[in-house]
Design a protein around this ligand. Structure first.
Ligand SMILES: *[C@@H]1O[C@H](CO)[C@@H](O)[C@H](O)[C@H]1NC(C)=O
Ligand SMILES: *[C@@H]1O[C@H](CO)[C@@H](O)[C@H](O)[C@H]1NC(C)=O
Ligand SMILES: *[C@@H]1O[C@H](CO)[C@@H](O)[C@H](O)[C@H]1NC(C)=O
Ligand SMILES: *[C@@H]1O[C@H](CO)[C@@H](O)[C@H](O)[C@H]1NC(C)=O
Ligand SMILES: *[C@@H]1O[C@H](CO)[C@@H](O)[C@H](O)[C@H]1NC(C)=O
Ligand SMILES: *[C@@H]1O[C@H](CO)[C@@H](O)[C@H](O)[C@H]1NC(C)=O
Ligand SMILES: *[C@@H]1O[C@H](CO)[C@@H](O)[C@H](O)[C@H]1NC(C)=O
Ligand SMILES: *[C@@H]1O[C@H](CO)[C@@H](O)[C@H](O)[C@H]1NC(C)=O
Ligand SMILES: *[C@@H]1O[C@H](CO)[C@@H](O)[C@H](O)[C@H]1NC(C)=O
Ligand SMILES: *[C@@H]1O[C@H](CO)[C@@H](O)[C@H](O)[C@H]1NC(C)=O
Length: 493
């Protein structure tokens, strides 16, 4: 116990030094760089390790998608500014009932923002997660204005309206422009009326507009834009629009937002880029090399703009990189790259080096990460493998095989290497349970790392977040045990 305390206090001491050093060395804009911290992972890094990771890298703003109590408790007393989220599925009930909004504030907010050393610095509540996304159709957006108003009213009743602002994260497809020209940008016609109501609401409460900008998607969807244009390369072919020349995709999107807001009569509203990043796997051009180039380009661009410009709305007031960590349970409908937005791997190791405010020092990795044993599950080449492909596909429908997709880091594995990859992914996701490396007798547990070149066969993390509703019958047997282990492991909270 004593040695644990000793080990723990050392990083805190270091962090104090790092923070005091960085306050004086930050360029003004880099200070406004935050990160999105999502937890859609089968084995998320324990929250207190993530908070250590944030602190040791000088990151002092995070945006969450929900109000996970373990995550919020780990942020308490940390001086990290937090945006919490309300999931889309709650919008309907929050729209129709002020009582529901009051319960949400009471259960999910009040106890964390109370005064004292353990308070969590919650600045914003994001109502919905990009509820206007075009692919959602009318599922969520009719409830957004009412939900935001009820949450606002609930905040006022709880005397928290001065501390916490209500915002709504807008997807990049909320804005549209004819032939991609910013001067022609408008809100998407189907959400135009709702947008005007929301902007009126935000304006009244002096809340900023959170918006996603995604040069990666722009590049994938628009064959007319070059990779260099998305990556802030000086050599990229610029684009002209009436009187302006755009040298990168970010400025093109950002000006489109400004035009749409001005046209709608809200030229003054502050803009926060709530989500911007570059994935590193699961698609062509989704690589660590390009992601590093993108993030560096973005930070340099924001910095040079901040030193040049006088008008505040020409620059986002804050920018949140998407994302901190990879998440192997994210929905892949938009593409297999969706699970690979992290600047750090799922286990908290930096994928590349960028200056997030720590200056010329290297990014610090998560420390003392607890892994399962050095064991992998591979296909047994001595068996008849005629059914192996079908078994692997089945494994992939439950586990994460996005590295195998075209352009991915394991795409070059030839059969049956890719079968082994799938088997292992499934086996790790199930905490290396030997029964989950059976595969009708074709699986084989090995202690020799099967990783080849850039294709990493992972070893899972020791922590487990198996949720009961996703469980097979194994979980029903093991879950009481897991719950007890988790409880013991989390005792310090
Ligand atoms: C939102 O709530 C209000 C007040 O309860 C209700 O009148 C309205 O119909 C709701 N909106 C939708 C789209 O259901
Ligand atoms: C608190 O938030 C979670 C989702 O983030 C939700 O499931 C829960 O119902 C909320 N509590 C209340 C009282 O609304
Ligand atoms: C959007 O709504 C505003 C105000 O109702 C209206 O003036 C404008 O024409 C609308 N724009 C579109 C593209 O529908
Ligand atoms: C492609 O870009 C060129 C030059 O920037 C422009 O003239 C042309 O209209 C664009 N084509 C499309 C389909 O957007
Ligand atoms: C864009 O405008 C600049 C000057 O503003 C001009 O030199 C350049 O040729 C134009 N490019 C295109 C593709 O029209
Ligand atoms: C990705 O980059 C390659 C060159 O490395 C290029 O040929 C390809 O078209 C790009 N992929 C996509 C989807 O744009
Ligand atoms: C993934 O997203 C799509 C589109 O939003 C949705 O239809 C689908 O149900 C989602 N899948 C899961 C597993 O949540
Ligand atoms: C392949 O699967 C089928 C159907 O499940 C089964 O009948 C067959 O015996 C299997 N073949 C081998 C070689 O295991
Ligand atoms: C995969 O193989 C192709 C052709 O041999 C090569 O160009 C490419 O760089 C390889 N990709 C990876 C991720 O190793
Ligand atoms: C593995 O590779 C084979 C041959 O290229 C392919 O048919 C199969 O679908 C791949 N399996 C997986 C899980 O990627």
């Amino acid at each position: 116990m004593a040695s644990e305390i000793l080990v723990k206090s050392t990083p805190i001491f270091l962090v104090t030094i790092l923070i005091s050093v960085s306050i004086f060395s930050f360029p003004p804009n880099v200070e406004a760089i935050g990160v999105n911290w999502g937890t859609a992972a089968s084995h998320p890094l324990p929250p207190h390790k993530v908070v250590e990771l944030l602190k040791s890298n000088g990151i002092n703003k995070v945006k969450l998608l929900d109000t996970d109590p373990l995550v919020l408790e780990s942020l308490s007393g940390s001086n990290i500014h937090v945006t919490v989220g309300i999931p889309n599925f709650m919008l309907r009930s929050l729209n129709s009932s002020l009582k529901a909004a009051q319960s949400w504030v009471h259960d999910n907010l009040t106890r964390f923002v109370s005064e004292g050393g353990s308070r969590v610095l919650i600045d914003y509540i994001a109502v919905g997660d990009e509820p206007f996304l075009q692919s959602y159709g009318e599922q969520f957006y009719p409830f957004v204005v009412g939900a935001a108003a009820n949450v606002q009213a609930a905040l006022s009743k709880a005397n928290l309206a001065e501390k916490v602002k209500v915002v709504v994260p807008f997807s990049s497809d909320t804005f549209q422009s004819e032939s991609g020209l910013p001067s022609k940008a408008r809100f998407r016609p189907d959400v135009n009326r709702t947008m005007i109501e929301l902007l009126t609401f935000l304006n009244k409460h002096r809340a900023p507009l959170f918006v996603t900008i995604s040069p990666f998607h722009s590049y994938y969807e628009n064959k007319n834009l070059s990779l260099g244009f998305a990556l802030f390369r000086e050599t990229a072919r610029p684009r002209n629009d009436t009187h302006k020349t755009y040298k990168n995709s970010f400025d093109l999107s950002y000006d489109a937002i400004i035009t749409a807001l001005s046209t709608a009569g809200f030229p003054q509203i502050d803009i926060i880029v709530g989500r911007i990043g570059w994935p590193t796997d699961g698609a062509p051009n989704a690589t660590s090399l390009l992601a590093a180039e993108f993030i560096k380009g973005l930070i340099q661009h924001l910095h040079s703009k901040s030193t040049k410009l006088a008008r505040s709305q020409d620059l986002p007031t804050e920018t949140y990189v998407y994302s901190l960590l990879d998440e192997d349970k994210r929905n892949t409908t938009a593409g297999d790259f969706e699970r690979h937005w992290g600047m750090f791997t799922f286990d908290g190791q930096a994928k590349y080096q960028v200056d997030l405010g720590q200056g010329s020092r290297k990014l610090v990795n998560a420390q003392d990460v607890e892994y399962l044993s050095s064991r992998w599950c591979v296909v047994n080449n001595n068996k008849d493998l005629s059914n192996a492909t079908a078994l692997a596909l089945e494994a992939c429908s439950a586990a994460d095989c996005t590295d195998l997709s075209p352009g991915g880091s394991c795409f070059n594995l030839s059969w049956p290497g890719n079968i082994s990859y799938a088997f292992n992914s499934y086996y790790q996701e199930h905490n290396q349970n030997p029964a989950n490396c059976d595969f009708a007798g074709l699986g084989l547990i090995t202690t020799v790392d099967p990783s080849v070149n850039s294709c990493r066969f992972l070893v899972g993390l020791k922590t487990s977040s198996i949720s009961l509703h996703k469980c097979s019958y194994f979980c029903w047997i093991f879950s009481p045990l897991i719950t007890i282990l988790l409880y013991l492991g989390n005792e310090r909270w």
